[in-house]
Design a protein around this ligand. Structure first.
Ligand code: HXC
Length: 510
């Protein structure tokens, strides 16, 4: 019996070595952790239960029959994060470059299906060279099996992808269908086709970093939701993110104990909005002053900065914050901001997370670049997302709410549950200057007349009271009481019931 137990332990030790010590050293030399080291850091200490450690590929081509490594390039199983069950797979670059064989794909599908069945999030850690070239179409089929599970799981369990090395070819599309993607700076890159193919097809010469590095995707393409300095920081942040999320769509958002007084007044908010309507201020300050203990996990920090999205807590329970950011492009809604916020709103709605919206928006971004890029369709995504969302929605207009953007930003008309405005709010079709130049075009040469008309328009419309008189705003509130008023509103919405008409699915403008 002792021999048998020892034989098992030996088999396990061999499997844990993956592609061998030399390749593990090479991985470390690149500043990367191994697949198992990453899993150990991501999950609670000692909680990981590995599955399919002895699975091997079944290929007989190109000498592969002589190269079978237990685990076959991916570590799979489950564990806990702060005691809550999480399923995980972690690509092992030391084994055939983490490339995907049929057997490797089957391992991933197994944890995908278990996560779905048991209602627990799935986190995938990527570090791989794409399809196992020696396997051909078997690998392609394996990818498609994974993609299908990603789609079926979308909106049922949170799915998070973390890119921690190469992620190319077939490997990019599974992350793309998950809820969030994060990258590690300098050691990871993500693209459909690599620099060599790019050069052959388009004659462009680019590096891995220029084509698909963390900065490119976090700032330019918006493909990823954030990037961090190294493996350890990235995995620590993933643990933090998971703390905000329900385990599945069957659950309410998690609640954690908080010592932050729900009625806490914040006098500094009374002077947050500057006297000059064109002077910016930092909307993040409002989020941090309203959220429990100022704890805010931002999603998409470096992309579409004119809108802020992320998770916080109110009275210990997760909420999603969406807020125009006057510090960037005056908080205007453009293509990037609309896409980013629409996806975030939809995530919150899938997972029963109430949405708190802070509004200071001068409208949609004008110009050919935006129109040629399809602003109409992209802006409509955010409108659509807010309108269809049935989770509790609380809105606070701090300053500008102009034009169509007023409608879009969780207005009463799109089933906003509680809509507040600060006394500094200006809810109007447009700013006073622009309005006067249109309706009094004949007076444009007469500066005095224009100034008088502008002042008249300003005092008539640049306030929250016209909207409040129509019931579009439920109350005009003191800025220092914002936290208290939101908390009290959310309490009334705890048992909110609202559903959309029966349909197969909607047809959001993609
Ligand atoms: C089999 C692979 C592999 C692959 C890497 N390896 N990629 N084995 N299939 N796709 C192996 C290498 O042979 C090597 O083995 C080890 O992994 C490490 O690779 P290196 O090239 O030495 O590492 P590095 O220099 O860091 O370069 C990493 C890399 C490069 C940029 C990812 O390996 C690479 O370009 N790989 C191929 C990428 C690719 O074209 N994949 C197919 C995409 S097509 P040894 O034994 O020497 O250590 C695709 C289509 C699917 O995915 C579509 C489905 C929808």
């Amino acid at each position: 019996m002792k021999d048998i137990v020892e034989a098992l332990e030996k088999k396990r030790q061999d499997a844990r070595l993956g592609g061998g010590q030399k390749r593990i050293d090479a991985q470390h030399a690149k500043g990367k952790l191994t697949a198992r080291e990453r899993v150990a850091l991501l999950l609670d200490e000692g909680s990981f239960e590995e599955w399919d450690m002895f699975v091997e590929h079944r290929s007989h081509d190109f000498g592969m029959e002589n190269q079978r490594i237990p685990g076959d390039g991916v570590v799979t199983g489950w564990g806990t994060i702060n005691g809550r069950v999480i399923y995980v797979f972690s690509k092992d670059f030391t084994v055939f470059g983490g490339s995907l064989s049929r057997a490797h794909a089957e391992k991933i599908v197994k944890v995908q299906q278990a996560a779905m069945k048991n209602g627990a999030p799935l986190i995938g850690l990527f570090d791989a060279g794409g399809a196992r070239i020696q396997e051909g179409v078997e690998a392609l089929g394996g990818y498609a099996d994974i993609f299908l599970e990603n789609v079926l799981a979308s909106g049922v369990i949170p799915q998070i992808s973390v890119i921690m090395g190469p992620c190319a070819g077939g490997d990019v599309y599974s992350p793309a269908m998950t809820d969030f993607i994060f990258m590690v700076k300098d050691t990871s890159y993500m693209y459909v086709t690599g620099p060599d193919v790019v050069k052959t097809v388009t004659n462009e010469i680019v590096t891995h970093e220029e084509l698909g590095g963390a900065r490119v995707h976090a700032q330019k393409s918006g493909v990823v939701d954030g990037s961090y300095e190294n493996d350890i920081e990235t995995l620590t942040q993933m643990r933090r993110l998971v703390g905000f999320l329900p385990l599945s769509n069957r659950e309410k958002p998690p609640t954690v104990p908080t010592f932050d007084d729900p009625e806490r007044a914040e006098p500094s908010l009374d002077s947050l909005v500057p006297a000059n309507p064109n002077t910016p201020y930092d909307m993040k300050e409002l989020i941090q002053k309203v959220a429990d203990e100022g704890d805010f996990f931002e999603i998409g920090k470096d992309f579409g900065k004119n809108i802020i999205t992320g998770f916080g807590r109110m009275e210990g329970s997760t909420v999603g914050f969406v807020a125009n950011q006057p510090m960037s492009l005056a908080g205007v809604l453009d293509i990037d901001a609309s896409r980013k916020a629409a996806r975030f709103v939809r995530f919150c709605d899938c997972f029963n997370i109430p949405i708190i919206t802070f509004v200071d928006v001068p409208g949609f971004m004008p110009g050919t670049k935006q129109e040629y890029g399809g602003l109409i369709k992209h802006g409509a995504k955010l409108l659509f997302a807010y309108a269809e969302a049935t989770v509790p929605k609380v809105t606070v207009i701090t300053r500008k709410a102009y034009g169509g953007a007023y409608d879009v930003m969780s207005s009463k008309h799109l089933r906003g549950d509680v809509n507040f405005a600060w006394p500094t709010a200006e809810i109007a079709v447009m700013g006073a200057k622009g309005a006067v130049e249109i309706i009094f075009r004949a007076d444009i040469g007469d500066a005095e007349k224009i100034a008088a008309r502008t002042a008249e328009y300003q005092s008539r419309f640049a306030n929250p009271y016209v909207a409040a008189s129509r019931g579009f705003i439920d109350d005009v509130i003191m800025p220092h009481n914002t936290r208290k008023r939101i908390v009290r509103s959310l309490r009334t919405l705890k048992n909110k019931q609202l559903s959309n008409p029966q349909k197969k699915h909607d047809n959001i403008p993609l």
